[in-house]
Design a protein around this ligand. Structure first.
Ligand SMILES: Nc1nc2c(c(=O)[nH]1)N[C@H]1C(S)=C(S)[C@@H](COP(=O)(O)OP(=O)(O)OC[C@H]3O[C@@H](n4cnc5c(N)ncnc54)[C@H](O)[C@@H]3O)O[C@H]1N2
Ligand code: MOO
Length: 410
């Protein structure tokens, strides 16, 4: 195969390395929602509401029994009645159709419609029932045990605001509001291209030589976690023509294309330059962070292209710091949903930082956060333990245990 050497600095204006916050500001400006669509409740899970959901009716829509027992009239109890003639039964979905008169009761189950005339339920445990007579044994209980119409929600109330992530609890609320369809933001569609002559699918490295592509599926899963619709990944050799063809195919249906590798300065690192003929407009390239300095973001028409460094821990760190907020923004949650920094104390001291802002793999501990020893952008095994990223400022001195660190769930 012929490799085309593209001296990246001659074709792409890389500029000085940007600060992390400046790169995030550029990203936030383009991470705007893609548009709305109407989806069924069955397909709404993990989507983000573009319009609020209002209760279509009072909830509950009628007065219902809150306990299993006997439905009676409050006025009877006030007048001293304790023995009642049982004239029927009421079940959820099978109401009692008559009217309860003075001295009468209806056997009733939790969730059943209160019979006309009845306005309280005596719990079964407090009543002796024999043949068709029910007798209240002790004092009149304080609670009426009726779920009144509209006591949970009144018709027209906003039960879920726009911007709400539809998690399992939110689906309960939407369904209870009798909403069959919801207006949600469109989920960004993501494709991944992993570049490198050395890459082979996992499972084939021993037989074929090369190294397993450890990023494609991981990046797609991260994209899914942040609200994207993953469309698939391909591995492409370090060949500009192949890369251009793969990118063109990916951009036919993806809103976001993620390129893994080829971001740096090697003779065959032409992930950015190869896309110039497709109209790539670079939004930023090279950020003063460690790991992940070669990260870049570009635009081709309405599509966005994010370049991740090939080193796997660097790639996943950058994916968490840039791809997650990009997708959160495009999907309607807003970039900040993916950048919820927490202040956590270090459980162990750490050495001085270098001159780049650093994001260290760390583990959440009961007492705070512990930076993992032996940080490595190219390492992979550390990712089995890392569940946090700890942010360090350029030139920060050594820090003792107990120092408070800006930390992000990885
Ligand atoms: N002269 C310079 N060299 C390097 C610089 C630099 O600024 N000047 N930056 C270094 C930094 S920082 C990083 S990070 C790496 C990233 O480089 P690339 O994005 O060009 O990545 P590759 O060269 O394609 O690969 C690097 C490394 O990662 C492995 N890799 C790539 N893709 C995958 C994958 N899908 N699964 C598993 N492993 C992958 C690849 O085999 C290489 O070992 O560059 C430094 N160099
Ligand atoms: O930034 Mo590179 O990500 O250090 O390996």
């Amino acid at each position: 195969m012929k490799h085309v050497r593209v001296p990246i600095d001659e074709r792409v204006p890389c500029g000085a390395a940007l600060r992390f916050d400046a790169a995030q500001a550029i990203l936030a400006a383009v991470a705007q929602p893609l548009g709305t669509e109407r989806v069924s409740l069955a397909r709404a899970g993990r989507r983000v509401l573009a319009e609020p959901v209002r209760a279509a009716m009072d909830i509950p829509a009628r007065d219902l029994a809150a306990m299993d027992g006997f439905a009676v009239r409050e006025a009877d109890l006030a007048a001293g009645w304790r023995r009642f003639a049982v004239i029927g039964a009421a079940y959820p979905g099978a109401p009692f159709h008559g009217v309860i008169g003075s001295g009468e009761a209806v056997r009733i189950m939790t969730g059943a419609l209160m019979p006309a005339g009845a306005d309280r339920v005596l719990m079964r445990e407090l009543v002796s029932a024999e043949a068709s007579i029910a007798t209240l044994d002790g004092a009149v209980p304080a609670k009426p045990h009726v779920r009144l119409r509209g006591s949970d929600t009144v018709a027209g109330t906003v039960v879920l605001p726009a911007g709400k992530l539809l998690d399992p609890r939110a689906l309960v609320v939407a369904a209870a509001a009798d909403a069959a369809e919801l207006i949600v933001w469109r989920a960004p569609r993501v494709r991944v291209i992993a570049t490198g002559d050395e890459l082979v699918p996992a499972g084939e490295a021993r037989a074929r030589g090369g190294i397993p592509d450890s990023l494609s599926e991981a990046v797609l899963l991260l994209a899914r976690q942040w609200g994207a619709r993953p469309l698939g990944a391909v591995q492409v050799r370090d060949d500009e023509a192949l890369l251009v063809a793969a990118a063109e195919a990916a951009l036919a249906d993806a809103d976001v294309l993620v390129l893994c590798g080829g971001a740096s300065r090697g003779d065959r690192d032409f992930a950015r330059s190869a896309l110039l003929p497709l109209g790539l407009e670079l939004l930023f390239a090279d950020v003063a962070i460690k790991p992940g300095k070669p990260v870049w973001l570009g635009r081709i028409g309405t599509r966005l292209v994010l370049g991740l460094p090939g080193n796997p821990t660097a790639a996943m760190t950058v994916a968490r710091l840039f791809l997650a907020p990009l997708l959160a923004g495009l999907g309607g949650r807003g970039v900040q949903a993916a950048l919820r920094w927490e202040s956590l104390p270090l459980t162990q001291g750490i050495e001085a930082n270098g001159d780049r802002e650093a994001f260290l793999c760390a583990e959440r501990a009961d007492a705070g956060v512990q930076v993992i020893a032996g940080q490595s952008a190219s390492g992979q095994s550390m990712l089995a333990r890392a569940d946090m990223l700890v942010r360090r400022l350029p030139g920060e001195p050594a820090l003792a245990a107990g120092s408070t660190m800006s930390s992000l769930r990885f």
